[in-house]
Design a protein around this ligand. Structure first.
Ligand code: HEM
Length: 132
């Protein structure tokens, strides 16, 4: 979901702390670097299904989860974020059923563009699950 929703497509801006070289390009110290996460998260050849929501993008041939290669740069808050997402989503799903209304047509997943990508306004039926 986070790959497809991609809420901060240009990430936070970075800056080179020393003269650097990347894929044959020399980048002087002090250059502002803007990453295009949107391009990376949908790059053809990097994903089995680059333009689809499909959890198989993150599984190997044996159906096992693919981890980041050691040495990859990662989010320092990853373990906190994973825990928060798990607790919030599981709590909501245990108590409520989220139903796309029959008369709402197909969902429009095109985001509202800006520094962040946000969903367009939409209607959703939220039903309390029984025995809670
Ligand atoms: C769903 C939630 C989150 C997502 C998708 C996310 C995503 C990211 C991404 C893409 C980066 C960029 C890595 C880079 O540019 O090299 C990053 C870096 C970072 N994130 Fe997160 N993050 C999340 C939550 C958090 C939380 C909860 C915290 C702190 C409590 C946090 C703290 C940081 C820090 C400190 C960095 C900089 C790491 C570095 O520069 O080495 N993040 N995150």
């Amino acid at each position: 979901i986070q790959r497809i929703a991609n809420t901060v497509p240009l990430s936070v801006f970075h800056c080179t702390t020393k003269d650097s070289e990347l894929m044959g390009y020399s980048i002087p110290q002090g250059t502002m670097i803007i990453q295009n996460l949107d391009s990376m998260l949908r790059e053809e050849g990097q994903w089995k299904f680059p333009h689809e929501f499909n959890p198989e993008n993150f599984l190997n041939e044996q159906g096992e989860f693919l981890f980041c290669e050691p040495g990859s740069r990662i989010c320092l808050g990853e373990s906190l974020a994973r825990m928060e997402l798990f607790l919030i989503i599981v709590t909501l799903l245990r108590r409520f059923k989220f139903v796309w209304p029959e008369d709402a047509g197909k969902p429009d997943l095109t985001p509202v563009f800006g520094a962040t990508l946000t969903p367009k306004p939409y209607f959703m039926k939220i039903q309390l699950r029984g025995n809670q």
